[in-house]
Design a protein around this ligand. Structure first.
Ligand code: ATP
Length: 613
């Protein structure tokens, strides 16, 4: 079963056609071997030597037998069995050393080249624009880094060596057996390749069937999962009998496929035993007749049979190597595709903000229109214009889907506007180097996603390399210090995957501390909608107030308390600015959208008091 599992898994990686184009793509990735070419070439050399010593082995074995049978017939070192045995041991020792050198050198070149390739691919992925990420699935990208690159690594460290080994074995082996006996070689070559091709094809269909059985078993598993997850439904509808029938049906199919595959496997085993061994019998019988006519010695026949198994093994191995190479070509194509994607202008070198690029916090949207690259037909922002000055709090409100987050996305330059300009201090956003600009902005999202490490690591993410005191100061301002030190591990407390070991309010305050530490000129806040209890709410609100001082803040606001304090409220509706002004101004407009939204919030949000409006 384990073997079948493997077969099935093996077939999971898609294969690609091997042609000129795909090979040249692959060659590009193999350029990663360049810095390690000395090791790689040395490995190839040792591969050749170890192979050569393997090929000497049957020859010397034959001589050992011959020198035992016909004492005087040998020449030179092959005269007596002790000497031949010593030669064999020497050959073996060399072979062991060569193999060690070959395997370790291939590993050095392969591992190092692959580490470079992984690093480059990861760097490329991280520097790609958001447009790319909104069109891909994260799982797919992670798989490129793991399975595709592992496939390439296997090829460099093993498959390639295997392929070369087979070629060398085939060439040298066939040459030697031709030399031993042309007649016998012709007999062998007339049956073996045919048998091997049939065996390989047979193996392929067995593998296919095994995979089908696995898929079917997975289907049966899905039935169990669905039923158990929805057990209340099953019971409530008294559908136990129906589900058992469904499961039985699925299991019966598994059995049918498994039996079919077993029969095929049985046939395969019989075939191997009968035909392949039959062929060996044929070669031995013909070889024996050649011994009788003194055309061959016993030792030569032994060597011949040994070489034949080597050659046969290589022929059979070609199919596997070919399928591995196809998978590798597929993998290199996918990795190359990724490497060919255009990155955004991310600067990985300069840490400091250059004076010329310092932002003062004045922002202007000038006739901005935008639609997402994946959905060009739907305009999300339509001719949006407004100005924000340093120190202001700008609340963005509006119904769901109005385009609020999109405005934040454009401010962070995750996407480029289709029309219009975003100006920072009167200068076109595109004139600022991307990284320099983003370094002066901070974004606190609605669903805060912390990293799995410690609280300290999560805060310091806002300013890598920050001092201990700075971190504590930021945590204090964010009202997070007290709860952090109340934990036994303090700042070293591990927050768990995505921060699940912290409460919602604590997570928010850690994120606020991170933003405070970054000390951005422009702050982008997507206010959390989930209501906290009033104490946490007060702590978070208080922390936010501190965070918003001395910078320009854009808040996607959901709470009226925030909106009321804003210097400017932008009411977005379906991608356009419906209204704009302060809370008091907007409340004057009886028929305005803001007034409507405000009264709706008041009706549904018990946290707010009527007098807050
Ligand atoms: P909410 O309050 O529900 O978060 P919002 O006002 O922030 O809504 P946006 O997230 O800006 O709204 O979305 C505006 C429109 O753009 C929506 O219709 C949404 O479906 C669409 N949209 C958002 N992100 C993408 C994307 N990556 N690709 C295509 N369309 C998108």
């Amino acid at each position: 079963m384990a073997k079948e599992d493997q077969w099935w898994a093996d077939d999971k990686l898609p294969k690609a056609k091997i042609n000129r184009e795909s090979l040249s793509e692959a060659a590009h990735l193999f350029s990663y071997l360049k810095p390690y070419r000395v090791q790689f070439i040395a490995a190839l050399f040792f591969l050749f030597l170890s192979n050569l010593s393997t090929m000497v082995f049957p020859f010397v074995t034959g001589k050992l037998i011959d020198s035992a049978l016909l004492k005087e017939s040998g020449i030179g070192i092959f005269q007596n069995i002790n000497q031949v045995a010593i030669v064999l041991m020497v050959v073996l020792t060399f072979q062991a050393m060569f193999s060690f050198a070959r395997i370790s050198l291939f590993a050095v070149a392969g591992e190092k080249a692959l580490a470079d390739m992984r690093r480059d691919t990861y760097t490329r992925i991280l520097t790609l624009p958001m447009k790319f990420f909104s069109q891909r699935r994260v799982g797919e990208l992670a798989s490129r880094l793991s399975s595709d690159l592992s496939q390439i690594q296997d090829t460099i460290t093993t498959t390639l060596a295997e392929f070369l080994r087979q070629v060398i074995t085939l060439i040298i082996g066939v040459t030697i057996i031709f030399n031993i006996s042309m007649k016998l070689t012709l007999v062998m070559l007339s049956v073996f390749p045919v048998l091997i091709v049939v065996a390989v094809l047979f193996g392929k269909s067995i593998r296919k069937l095994a995979r089908k059985a696995q898929d079917q078993l997975a289907d049966a598993g899905t039935v169990v999962e669905e039923t158990l997850q929805g057990i209340t439904n099953v019971k409530a509808f008294s559908n136990e009998k129906f589900e058992i029938k469904r499961y039985s049906g699925s299991i019966n199919k598994v059995v049918a496929l498994a039996l079919k595959s077993a029969r095929l496997r049985g046939a395969f085993a019989s075939f191997i035993i009968f035909c392949l061994f039959g062929a060996i019998v044929l070669v031995m019988w013909y070889g024996a007749s050649l011994i009788q006519t003194n055309e061959l010695t016993v030792g030569e026949l032994t060597s011949f049979i040994m070489y034949t198994t080597f050659v046969g093994g290589s022929m059979a191995g070609f199919a596997e190597v070919y399928s591995q190479l196809q998978k590798t070509i597929g993998a290199t194509q996918r990795v190359r595709e990724l490497q060919k994607e255009l990155p955004e202008d991310v600067d990985l070198i300069n840490e400091e903000i250059i004076t010329d690029n310092k932002l003062n916090g004045n922002v202007e949207f000038k006739n901005i229109s935008f639609s997402y690259p994946g959905r060009k037909e739907m305009q999300v922002l339509k001719d949006v214009s407004f100005k924000a000055e340093y120190g202001q709090k700008i609340a963005i409100v509006g119904p769901s889907g109005a385009g609020k987050s999109t405005m934040v996305n454009l401010l962070l330059r995750f996407y480029d506007a289709d029309a219009g300009d975003i100006l920072f201090d009167g200068r076109n956003a595109n004139d600022f180097p991307l990284t320099q600009q983003r370094k002066q902005m901070a974004f606190v999202p609605q669903d805060i996603l912390l990293f799995g490490g410690s609280i300290k690591e999560n805060i310091v993410y806002g300013k890598p390399g920050a001092k201990e005191e700075e971190i504590i100061e930021a945590a204090k301002q964010a009202n997070a210090h007290d709860f952090i030190i109340s934990f036994p591990d303090g700042y070293e407390t591990i927050v768990g995957e995505r921060g699940i070991r912290l409460s919602g309010g604590q997570r928010q305050r850690v994120a606020i501390a991170r933003a405070i530490l970054k000390d951005p000129v422009i702050l982008l806040l997507d206010e959390a909608t989930s209501s906290l209890d009033s104490e946490s709410e007060r702590l978070v609100q208080d922390a936010l107030e501190k965070l918003m001082q001395h910078r320009t803040t854009f808040i996607i606001a959901h709470r009226l308390a925030t909106v009321k304090n804003a210097d400017q409220i932008i009411v977005l509706d379906n991608g356009t600015i419906a209204e704009q002004g302060t809370h008091d101004e907007l409340m004057q407009n009886e028929n305005g959208l803001y007034k409507k939204l405000a009264s709706m919030q008041f009706a549904t949000n018990p946290v707010l008091q009527p007098e807050e409006i």
